[in-house]
Structure formats: C-alpha cells, structure tokens
Design a protein around this ligand. Sequence first.
Ligand SMILES: Cc1ncc(COP(=O)(O)O)c(C=O)c1O
Length: 431
Amino acid sequence: MREKYLLRCPGCGRSFPDRYTLDCPSGCDALLRTVYRERQLILRDLPGIFRYKDWLPIEGHLRLDAGPVSYESVGLARELGLSHLTVVFSGYWPERGGRMETCSFKELEAQPTVLRLREKGAGVLQVSSAGNTGRAFCQISGLTGAPVVVVVPAAAAGRLWTTVPAANVCLITVDGDYSDSIAFGREVCSLPGVVPEGGAKNVARRDGMGTVMLDGALAAGRLPDCYFQAVGSGTGGIAAWEAAERLVADGRFGLRLPALHLSQNLPFVPMVRAWEAGRIDIVPAEDMPDAEAAIARVSADVLTNRHPPWGVRGGVRDALAASGGRMYAVSNGDAWSAGRLFAETEEIDLDPAAAVAVASLLRAAEEGLVGPEEHVLLNVTGGGYERAAEDLDRYPVEPSLRVRAGEAFAGDVRDAVRDWLTEQAGVAARA
Ligand SMILES: Cc1ncc(COP(=O)(O)O)c(C=O)c1O
C-alpha cells in the first residue's frame, strides 16, 4: 500500500482514501477504521502523541508536548493487592510529565482531529460538548490558531476555559442539555465550510485516544490482560480495542486482546443495562428510564451520553464482546471514596469520571474479577485540576452567541455565525 493509511468499512469491507470521511460511502451502519501501512509500531522522536504518528491519520505533527503518561503504580497497586498495575494518566501532573493543561484525555482526540482537518482542507470544525471535549478543542485552537465552533449547554459554559488565549473560538451556548447542543450543532453544520467533528465516527478521535493503549503497553512491555475505563460514549473503549488489535498484529506485545472493563455512573447506566440484558440496541424505557432525573444525579456528568455508539458495527458492544469484557455500575459514593484513595496513594486529584474507573477496579479486585498477578491498565482519563489551578493561567472562553430553548438556527443567529466565518477566512488569508 502506497498511502500511509486508508479507511476501511467493517460493514462492506471496502477500503478508500480519507477525505475527512465520517461515513461509509455505501451507507453501511458501521464505524470506519484506519488501516495503516506500518504493521509494527514505530516510535518517532516527536513530542506527545506524535511519538505514535505512524498510527495516527495525519501526515505532519503539531509541536505540542501533551500525551498520555504511563507508570507502574506502587501505592494503589499495594492497596488493591495487584502486582502489575500500569496507570496511564491524561491530565496535568508536571512531575510525571503530564502536560494536558485542560486536564482530560479529550486533548488526545482534539490534537489529531484539528490536524487531520487542516491537512484535508475540509473547513471549520464544529464540536458539541458537555464540557471536557469543548475545553480541549478550545485549548488546541488557542495553541494552533485553528478556528472552531463549539456548542455547549448554557449550564456548562463555566467549564470552557483555556490556559492560553483562544481567539479563534466561536462559543455558542444553548438553553438545554447536551442533546440540545448536539441538535443545534448539527444545524450549524448546514453552513457551507462548517464540518462536524464526528464523535465516535471520527477516526482521528479514536486513534488519538488509542495512544493510551499504545503508551501503557510500551511502558509495561506487553499488552495488559485487562483495561479499565469509565465511559459515556464509549469511544475510548472502542479506541483501546482497536489499538490493542494493532498491537496483536504487531506481534511483539502478546497475542491476546485485553478484556475491556468499562464503567458508568449510577443512576445513569444505559450501556451497563443493555450489556447485562444482552441487547443489541439501547432501549430508552429499559436502559435509561427517567433519563433527565438520572443525569441530574450522577457525579460524573461527562458520562451521560444518551446516544452512545453501542450496537453499530465496530461499536462498544462489539468491543466488549470481542475482548471478553464486562461493565460496572458505580455509585457516586463509591466513586468519591475511590477518588480519595487514589489521591492518597498516587498523590494527584482525579476528574470525577476517572474516579468512577478507579471504583470499578476496586470492585474487580475485591470480587476476584482480576487476579493479583494479572497485568492491568487503568486509564485515568482526567486529573490534576488542583495543580493546574495553582500553576497555570486560566482564560474563560466567553460565549459569542446565546441561544434560547427551541430557537432555530436562522435569522440573526445564522448571520452572526456566517459573519464570524467570514472574519476567520480573512484571518486565514492574512496569515
Ligand atoms: C474525563 C473523562 N473521562 C471519561 C470520559 C468518557 O469518554 P468516552 O466515553 O468518550 O470514551 C469522558 C467524556 O467526556 C471524560 O471527559
């Protein structure tokens, strides 16, 4: 194969070149995958995730040193009675080399996504988010100058900050929840030149998140037996599975896929319920009854996606089934205690979502679902907020537009976004 990579549809088996393609041209209900020319992992002498450039859908790299950091746990491992616990940390922890200044693994997806879009010349990115993803994209916009339209629920606007000025962000707040932001974002993409980020369909997002598995396996010298992560969309779990399949094909890291141990935060646990009931589709009445009330009660609200890529070919359900995985429902109380234990034993504060993953590992160790000699990878998807608040500047991202509940993307609102796009095109032409 001449190209660095192709996209392949697991539905119809067709392969084709990438044009920031999010869907199979034949219309299959499947997540496209990247197939790279290099079958073995080559490490590049580049910063952050670009060390893994050969397995990212990009040609160049960004000069950003913000990748996952992996280390062998001592304190938490002793507490849990595990002999081989690799922590892969995404967040701010300078002593360990953690330089994701917005404190979550969403920076892993934002970096290759912004670069892929720029290389494909596809336009201006639109991202809908409940907080962490939007913040990560604002940060990468601030660092690279890439324009981005971010749509968030009004209640989440306070989570949108960066540690560098971000002058090329159009932040739109919507009176409503995450699903309303997604719906409004879709309308914004009807403007010529605005491209949806794509969520789980975006191969750059998944392969960026997959660097957690690559980094952890390199640090341990082998693939783990079990992988722990808290999930909302489950994209990180799919990414871990795909990266592990690549490492199996490489041949130097072991031949068995790690079992995915994925967790959600009670009372909103649609994927746990669908998995336990053996359902191919998430049935709202069964799997997320009283969704609004349930979402309001979780401590980790970034885990409350109502439309995860569950039953789609190559989605979360396939990843769990292929790897012999399992799911955990974690209460707020258990997550809180696990977060405190992690802070005591490893000496860094956690994002509430990462605390959910630690709680699931605690339960697995207690119940013998992982053995003391098994190799475990714990994906700590966010943390270091306290350190970041002490060390770093913080720039709130101010909303450019505030949209009322039910307001259509039309008239003045549409004109305002179009004017912003024209202004951005002028900035790009002058650069
Ligand atoms: C800190 C953190 N952890 C975990 C998740 C879940 O990620 P996903 O389900 O997309 O893999 C999120 C999602 O926003 C997050 O912000």
